[in-house]
Design a binder for this molecule. Structure first.
Ligand SMILES: [Fe+2]
Ligand SMILES: [Fe+2]
Length: 470
């Protein structure tokens, strides 16, 4: 089964109609999801939005585009095709057939991994719910809503696994995923970065670049899972994630491009009064989103993650392309550490250092973004450059959580940090300024003055297409 069936109440390619119990359970969760969407989803009312909907899980033509009212969006359950011969690629079960059911001894851990992933999906919708009110163009508004409906679908993806494979406990966890809320005092989302606000579009672009990219790497490790339904779910989610990455990458591109333009035209760095975001403010937003996203990878060492790996629950990024034994029993890795109170590194067993391995893949990927933004600056003839701050900067998780460090990686006493952090992280003044630029532009083909238009529209449509009817 590969093609989703849209005749059903819950579109799916998992043969839901053949499992009445599961179908009923999911159909009774569906109204709760919809009322969550109504109260916590996008707050800007729109008639319809030019959205893509999955119609297949394979190949180029997997999605279909058309104007749909968001509340009628068909959130469904789509798994990548099953490879009947799939073997486990790593850990102590390496070479055995992938699991189609949850082994009893790994039930609690698998459920936990799915809940943590599932919790981030609706969290980002909640974080972004008011951004529609200040969209710089209809094109951007459409992209926001596309990301939102797909994060909603990713929640469905995880809820399907919880309902289908984890019994009553799974159903209870599925309910909880709708009850925790981003930033809530009583029941916040599980991970820190998902309780931060996304109050403006610069934050949104930074979030989709840095924080959604963390999601890409987490999904990449779960795609390697020995638990085949989880692997297949994540494989398809990664297909959708590519668009979210594009929104972040090109979003920051366009902010940098516009700022550079105004700097050149007016021959000044002082561009705030000219209605664009100064490079130092862009750098501060980058510093913030990058550092809170590094925290999402957890501590440098983790015995839990070592156990997940050995058990086959969660692999490495591109596990099958790694040239080693995929067991890692005798290997070592250098990880960040405080050594004699100083920022340094220490050697640990590769298995316990897997968070570091994943974070490094992520950092390498992030530096690609900085390179392209710097190319925009260079092409404009500007000497300024953006950079990724040091790993010790502004960390709340891991080896450097207990210290303060500058973006250059020098350790600072607490009073110096307090005195200087406003140079490196957005201050209230910066945030108020950025927010002051966020005036909505809902006219076809028009765009706010602080951001350049995109090079390409969506699905071959021009920039001035009527992406959203308000
Ligand atoms: Fe997602
Ligand atoms: Fe995403």
């Amino acid at each position: 089964m590969t093609r989703p069936d849209y005749a059903e109440k819950i579109p799916n390619n998992v043969g839901l109609a053949e499992d009445r119990r599961l179908q009923r359970a999911l159909e009774s969760w569906q109204p709760d999801f919809l009322s969550w969407w109504e109260t916590m989803g996008p707050s800007l009312p729109a008639q319809d939005v030019y959205l893509r909907t999955a119609i297949d899980v394979r190949g180029e033509g997997w999605a279909q585009f058309g104007h749909v009212p968001m509340r009628d969006y068909r959130w469904g359950i789509f798994l990548a095709d099953r490879d009947a011969d799939r073997r486990i690629a790593f850990g102590q079960h390496k070479g055995e057939a992938a699991w189609q059911k949850v082994p009893g001894e790994y039930r609690a851990e698998l459920q936990r991994l799915i809940v943590i992933q599932g919790d981030t999906e609706p969290a980002s919708v909640e974080q972004q719910r008011n951004l529609g009110a200040t969209a710089p163009s209809l094109y951007d508004l459409r992209n926001l809503f596309q990301v939102n409906v797909e994060e909603g679908r990713h929640l469905w993806a995880m809820v399907y696994l919880l309902h289908a494979y984890f019994g009553r406990e799974g159903r209870e966890e599925a309910e909880e995923l709708l009850h925790r809320n981003s930033g809530s005092q009583d029941s916040p989302r599980i991970l820190g970065a998902f309780n931060e606000e996304t109050p403006d579009w610069l934050s949104f672009f930074m979030f989709t670049y840095f924080t959604d990219r963390d999601g890409k790497y987490q999904l990449g490790t779960l795609k390697e899972s020995a638990f085949d339904p989880l692997s297949r779910t994540c494989e398809f989610m990664l297909k959708e994630e590519a668009h979210h990455m594009m929104v972040g990458t090109t979003g920051v591109d366009r902010v940098v491009e516009r700022t550079a333009q105004v700097m050149i035209e007016n021959d000044t760095d002082e561009v705030a009064a000219l209605g664009v975001i100064p490079l130092p403010v862009i750098q501060k937003y980058l510093n913030f989103h990058y550092s809170v996203s590094l925290d999402l990878f957890g501590g440098e060492t983790s015995t839990n993650v070592a156990n997940y790996y050995t058990a086959g629950l969660k692999g490495r990024w591109l596990e099958e392309r790694r040239r080693d034994d995929h067991l890692l029993r005798d290997d070592a890795i250098m990880v960040d550490a405080l050594t004699d109170g100083q920022i340094g590194q220490t050697e640990v067993a590769a298995l316990v250092g897997l968070n570091t391995d994943l974070r490094r893949e992520y950092i390498a990927d992030c530096s690609g973004g900085v390179k392209r933004w710097n190319r925009i600056l260079a092409d404009a003839g500007l000497p300024q450059r953006l950079y990724l701050p040091h790993q010790a900067f502004n960390r709340k998780v891991g080896a450097f959580a207990g210290i303060e460090a500058s973006p250059a990686g020098e350790k600072l006493p607490a009073d110096e940090w307090a005195a200087r952090k406003g140079q490196w992280l957005p201050t209230d003044t910066d945030k108020t300024f950025v927010r002051s630029l966020m005036q909505p532009v809902y006219e076809r083909g028009k765009i706010a003055a602080w951001v350049a238009p995109p090079r390409n529209g969506i699905n071959g449509q021009p920039f001035d297409y009527d992406y959203v009817h308000l």
